[in-house]
Design a protein around this ligand. Structure first.
Ligand SMILES: O=P(O)(O)OC[C@H]1O[C@@H](O)[C@H](O)[C@@H](O)[C@@H]1O
Length: 297
């Protein structure tokens, strides 16, 4: 198949294709067809920026603990489907001939287009025909860009939620702060989704956090003091932001996360959760996420 910027197509131990994209400076990303999941994002110097658990299970139907799983068409357990919906446990295909994207969404030459369509079994659980197209690109600057297009190809409307469940690799959860969420309302998953207002100037971490911040601005920054780097998350069409860290007790109870690994990960997801997106027959929704790294002194 002919797609730009793909330097290598490999297979994981289950025979599932993984695609490596690299830009001319050497920054790269690795994408698995299992879950349409970005597994790795590296700088030109080869530094990994996404967290993957040392105990991650790379065996269908397990979702992979790390990288960027896509939660669709449901987030968490807010609905009748399995946790975070079925997309992260499905085999996606490479889309050799996707409909053209808006020129602003082309993100250079190193990209791959993936496609998910529902199987017969998916349609039994969620009776809505859709096409979910995902472009993953590594830009000339080394940014990781993901553009989702979801089209209703059914004859009745449907609604969905979506999150790019982004596991950032951090040096120490105690040393990290998130900016861009101050003064926002959030739903606290640890308190039956009760609504609170963020009071602090920045968000720091000293215990488990599991929140959905509502209607945020389109830029969120994650400062990692110890490694002197700042992640910038830019998003469009994704009003909400999930912030999750399981902390010590839950990490110990999770089979696919090392006991101490919660210190090295922080999930900050661009998402559309509180107000599900509704598509009429023939309509398409687009959501964009771009991650960049800003070195700080
Ligand atoms: O273990 P999973 O299904 O990958 O989910 C991980 C976490 O994902 C978060 O986004 C949810 O808010 C948490 O409640 C959940 O525990």
């Amino acid at each position: 198949m002919d797609y730009s910027g793909v330097v290598e197509v490999t297979r994981d131990r289950n025979g599932i294709e993984e695609i490596l994209l690299r830009n001319p400076r050497g920054a790269s990303t690795r994408v698995s067809l299992y879950g349409g999941q970005v597994l790795s994002w590296r700088t030109d110097q080869g530094e990994e920026l996404l967290f993957t658990s040392s105990k991650a299970i790379f065996k269908p139907p397990n979702p992979v603990r790390g990288g960027i799983p896509i939660c669709f068409p449901q987030f968490g357990n807010r609905g009748a489907l399995e946790q975070h919906g079925f997309a992260r446990k499905k085999l996606w295909v490479v889309d050799g001939n996707p409909p053209p994207l808006h020129p602003n969404d082309s993100y250079g030459k190193s990209f791959v287009d993936l496609l998910l369509k529902p199987s017969e079994d998916d349609l039994k659980m969620w009776p809505h025909s859709f096409e979910f197209r995902l472009r993953v690109a590594i830009t000339a600057e080394g940014n990781l860009a993901m553009v989702s297009r979801i089209r209703n190809i059914n004859c009745k409307p449907f609604s969905f939620s979506i999150a790019y469940h982004t596991y950032l690799s951090i040096s120490d959860i105690n040393e990290v702060r998130v900016e861009g969420l101050e003064t926002l309302d959030y739903l606290d998953n640890l308190l039956r989704r009760e609504r609170f207002t963020e009071q602090g100037d920045t968000l720091t971490f000293e215990s488990e956090v599991d929140r959905v911040y509502l209607s945020s601005s389109d830029v969120i920054s994650v400062f990692d003091h110890q490694s002197k780097r700042t992640f910038q998350i830019r998003k469009k069409g994704l009003p909400d932001v999930v912030v999750w860290n399981p902390w010590e007790k839950k990490a110990k109870a999770m089979a696919d996360l090392g006991d101490e690994e919660y210190k090295q990960m922080l999930c900050v997801d661009g998402a559309a959760i509180e107000k599900p997106i509704t598509l009429k027959p023939g309509e398409e929704w687009t959501g964009r996420l771009e991650l960049s790294l800003i070195p700080s002194s």
